[in-house]
Design a protein around this ligand. Structure first.
Ligand code: PLP
Length: 236
């Protein structure tokens, strides 16, 4: 099997899962965006995926993402930045990212606004939520995310950015918690955000292992990597 055939088969399996999850939840699959997470995989894989109809791709490291976006500039892709983003990388990310899922500090929102204005682009932003506190766990220091009222403060900073669009909330389900519980907590946070920002109706949640639970809990953006590309090479 060629790599394209392999990717086509895995993409079809995942699309099937997403449709089945939507059906089970009584939701229209058209309301779901599948972001294919291509981190650690070569630009050639992204090109194959684009040939298979993929439009939304996710990356988690600025250096890798900016190189791929430059190499694949001929393709009509939407680049989603999903990893932790250092403030000093915001200007770089603003050059290629269409959506940033990991805005978790007011300072990062301000830096992304400056980068977007400089690049003459608009950037969609999700506020990344640390679900740990709401679930009675220790703060999930390794993965980023705003907790408690900081979610609303970060959202306010995004909404204040002329070139930023506040899309909604994003989270990664903490390990050792049933995804249903984690995504229910995210849905509560999403509701609190919508009370103040009625347009922020998107929810980025769900990965290869828990996308069904995320769809059931109202996710609009699924970030799926290994189920489509295979297991990632060990982190360098
Ligand atoms: C890597 C990553 C994903 C994709 O995870 P898989 O389990 O490979 O589907 C999704 N979201 C974030 C934030 C990630 O870093």
């Amino acid at each position: 099997m060629s790599r394209t055939e392999e990717l086509a088969a895995a993409l079809a399996r995942t699309t099937h899962r997403v449709r089945a999850a939507a059906r089970a939840a009584g939701r229209d699959p058209a309301g779901l965006t599948l972001v294919v997470v291509t981190k650690f995989f070569p630009a050639d894989d992204v090109r194959h995926l684009a040939g298979l109809g993929v439009r939304d791709v996710g990356e988690s490291r600025d250096q890798e993402a900016s190189a791929k976006a430059a190499e694949l500039g001929d393709l009509a892709l939407r680049w989603h930045f999903i990893g932790q983003l250092q403030t000093n990388k915001a200007r770089s990310a603003a050059r290629y990212a269409d959506v940033v899922h990991s805005v978790d500090r007011t300072r990062l929102a301000t830096a992304l606004q400056a980068g977007a204005a400089h690049a003459g682009r608009r950037i969609g932003c999700f506020v990344q939520v640390d679900l740990a506190a709401g679930l009675g766990l220790d703060a999930d220091a390794g993965r980023g995310g705003a907790g408690g009222d900081d979610v609303l403060r970060v959202a306010e900073a995004v909404a204040a950015g002329d070139d930023l669009d506040l899309l909604g909330v994003m989270a990664v389900a903490p390990q050792d918690v049933e995804p249903e519980r984690a995504f229910a907590e995210l849905a509560r946070t999403a509701q609190r955000l919508r009370a103040e920002h009625p347009g922020a109706v998107q929810v980025s949640a769900g990965m290869s292992g828990d996308l069904e639970a995320a769809v059931a809990a109202g996710a609009t953006h699924l970030r799926v990597g290994s189920a489509i590309l295979g297991s990632r090479p060990p982190a360098r």
